[in-house]
Write a protein that binds this ligand. Structure first.
Ligand SMILES: *[C@@H]1O[C@H](CO)[C@@H](O)[C@H](O)[C@H]1NC(C)=O
Ligand SMILES: *[C@@H]1O[C@H](CO)[C@@H](O)[C@H](O)[C@H]1NC(C)=O
Ligand SMILES: *[C@@H]1O[C@H](CO)[C@@H](O)[C@H](O)[C@H]1NC(C)=O
Length: 645
């Protein structure tokens, strides 16, 4: 009986406004509800006796009863609430008096009209229920103005999810007023295409408001000063456009701490009116909007945690107002080209700049931001060049404050290093330091010049090169002219090289002494055996080639003769190329080492070895000298009968 009384007591007044449109007949309304709420597979549901009218239109088990999902002393969860069973539901709820232990009521798949919904709410308002959830409200129709008795309630929170209104024309205020004036701590209306909400008509006890995923605009709570106690406001995924207006909205919410404005269409143009935020606001989520650098002109002064992820910020302006309390800043997924400094954020502890456009992050970040405990800078398109080395070095000094190191930090440029982890990227000091590079190049050039100069001046390398070239040329010509004689036939025992000034001694002493007697040493002497028409060099080479040994008559005169030096060089060349000891040195007069030109290093070396025969001044010793020399030359020529040139 009580339920009926309640029904009439709270029945909404049919205040017919001109918005009210075509009203459906009761039969039609019922019919619609029944047909939409009789599941084909409702086998587990109790079949009520049906009026004949409906029984005919539904061959299957039509069901006006709700489905119990949960039934405990503290919470009750029902599904499939329709206009048919709503009276019995209201009756049931009327029996849950205040003082009962039932706290939580959840209704799902609610397909009732506006009046029935208000009845349910009104009944719950005067029961022991503290948390009411109404999910999937389909076909909410016939919205009209109602009186609602908010007094003496246990209610703490109302959650409405997925409310679909089928009315096309109705006064929005009739709908919103009921919710705006609710004297509860938490109100959630989500996923309901709600386009507006009224400001409460008197000071509201609301502390948490959640209007996630609706169609709310900048007009929400304009100049509303009745939400003094509001602490949390979630307006994620709505249609807000102006950050300025959002700031004005919060300015009268004296207790607001957390505001979630993510996934809206927020912009801020900067110039002009100053933003006004609630001073109490400490946490603000502005992620996934369309904000640019100008957003930094419009931020709550006492903000501690700011999320600006997924916007269009390209830099943090230098001259922006200081945010002294800011400890956590998320700038991921923006267009930043460098790490922001900490000039404006003196308390910053956590910074996220992942997935921006940072090619070369400045290396002094950790120095300029000593309070930062964690920097997330991964997944940026790092350009692996000399400038980046400082950042990598900074990582080592940061003591693990770089979050995600090393996996999230890879080279993007240059192409050939793409994908390489920054920790594996090394460049030598030389490659990066231009001054050092220049100095090194200069030093190398100097050393090279010095070496070349030494080779040219001291060792007379060009001379040797020229001579070697002539040697090879001669050999080649010889090969072309007489290929058959390639196997050079030794025709002489020895070739004598001497200075023209020592010619007298050679002709008077050496040749007579060697060629006379039983050994019959055959000598190649340039005056006698040189072939006219050939160059001197060619003649020398020829003579040396055809001789078994080369005798050099050393004296200060020899040292001063360039031709003698040629001869010595070629003989030495032969010595090396044929690997035999064919040099015989006769020291005619002592040569003071200082008169040997420095470039005759070969001669110097030979002299130093002291492997020469000294010409004795005393006549008595000369016999031994000749014997020695003969022994040194002694060799049987293949053609000892001697064919002379
Ligand atoms: C819940 O269970 C109690 C008994 O356990 C029962 O009396 C009551 O009718 C049930 N409520 C509903 C809505 O089914
Ligand atoms: C009732 O609902 C609230 C909010 O959803 C929840 O925190 C609480 O644990 C629930 N109580 C019971 C007894 O289920
Ligand atoms: C609500 O109804 C839909 C279909 O209309 C069904 O799929 C879903 O399971 C129902 N929910 C509950 C909790 O019964």
């Amino acid at each position: 009986m009580r339920s009926l009384r309640n029904f009439f007591l709270y029945k909404c007044l049919f205040a017919l406004t001109f918005w009210n449109h075509v009203s459906l007949s009761v039969e039609n309304e019922l019919f619609t509800s029944v047909s939409n709420n009789s599941p084909e597979d409702g086998s587990d549901k109790k079949i009520n006796s049906l009026p004949l009218l409906y029984a005919n239109s539904h061959q299957s088990k039509a069901n006006f009863d709700w489905v119990v999902i949960q039934n405990t002393t503290e919470s009750l969860s029902l599904s499939e609430i329709t206009n048919e069973n709503v009276k019995r539901l209201v009756a049931l709820l009327s029996n849950i008096r205040q003082g009962s232990r039932l706290q939580n009521l959840t209704l799902t798949n609610v397909s009732v009209d506006w009046n029935a919904l208000i009845q349910i709410l009104q009944t719950v308002w005067h029961s022991s229920i503290q948390y009411l959830s109404i999910k999937s409200v389909t076909q909410l129709s016939d919205i009209e103005r109602c009186e609602f008795d908010y007094s003496g309630t246990s209610m703490k929170a109302l959650i409405m999810e997925k409310v679909v209104i089928t009315d096309l024309f109705f006064s929005q205020d009739d709908l919103y007023k009921i919710f705006a004036d609710m004297n509860i701590a938490a109100l959630t209306i989500t996923d309901s295409k709600m386009i507006h909400m009224l400001c409460p008509s008197s000071d509201s006890p609301l502390r948490h408001l959640n209007f996630l995923k609706n169609d709310l605009t900048d007009l929400l709570f304009e100049k509303c000063d009745k939400l003094h106690q509001l602490e949390t406001l979630i307006l994620q995924r709505n249609k807000f456009e102006s950050l300025l207006k959002v700031s004005f909205m919060t300015s009268r919410m004296k207790s607001l701490k957390y505001l979630d404005m993510s996934s809206n269409l927020l912009r801020h143009e900067g110039a002009g009116t100053q933003c006004q935020w609630a001073e109490s606001l400490t946490e603000l989520d502005l992620s996934s909007n369309q904000l640019t650098d100008a957003v930094f002109e419009c931020l709550p002064v006492n903000i501690q945690n700011l999320n600006l992820q997924s916007n269009q910020i390209s830099s943090v302006p230098r001259g922006m107002a200081k945010l002294k309390a800011l400890t956590e800043l998320n700038l991921a997924l923006n267009h930043l080209a460098d790490l922001p400094g900490c000039g404006s954020f003196t308390s910053l502890e956590f910074l996220n700049v992942e997935m921006n456009s940072i090619l070369t992050p400045s290396a002094d970040f950790f120095q300029s931001c000593p309070r930062v405990r964690e920097l997330q800078a991964g997944q940026n398109p790092f350009k692996c060049s000399c400038e980046l080395r400082d950042f990598i070095r900074g990582e080592r000094q940061s003591g693990g404050r770089l979050f995600g190191w090393p996996a999230a930090y890879t080279c993007e440029y240059p192409e050939d290093l793409r994908g390489m982890q920054l920790k594996d990227f090394h460049l030598s000091e030389l490659a990066c330091n231009t001054a050092l590079l220049l100095v090194t190049a200069l030093l190398l050039t100097l050393v090279l010049v010095a070496v070349v100069a030494f080779l040219c001046i001291y060792l007379d390398v060009p001379w040797y090169v020229r001579m070697t070239w002539q040697w090879t040329q001669t050999k080649r010509r010889a090969w072309h002219n007489h290929p058959a004689e390639q196997e050079t036939v030794l025709q002489f025992h020895a070739f004598i090289s001497y200075s023209e000034r020592d010619a007298l001694w050679v002709k008077d002493e050496l040749i007579p002494n060697l060629e006379k007697g039983e050994g019959c040493v055959q000598l190649c002497q340039h005056e006698r055996n040189f072939i006219p028409g050939k160059s001197i060099v060619e003649n020398i080479i020829n003579c040396i080639e055809k001789s078994y040994k080369s005798i050099f008559v050393l004296s200060p005169n020899f040292v001063q003769s360039e031709w003698c030096h040629y001869e010595l060089y070629f003989a030495h060349h032969k010595l090396f190329s044929e690997n035999s000891s064919s040099l015989i040195l006769i020291l005619l007069e002592p040569i003071p080492p200082y008169i040997i030109p420095t470039r005759y290093h070969k001669l110097k070396a030979l002299m130093a070895k002291r492997t020469y025969l000294e010409w004795p001044k005393e006549r008595s010793k000369r016999a031994l000298f000749w014997a020695n020399l003969r022994a040194a030359i002694n060799i049987n020529l293949p053609m000892a009968d001697g064919r002379r040139f």
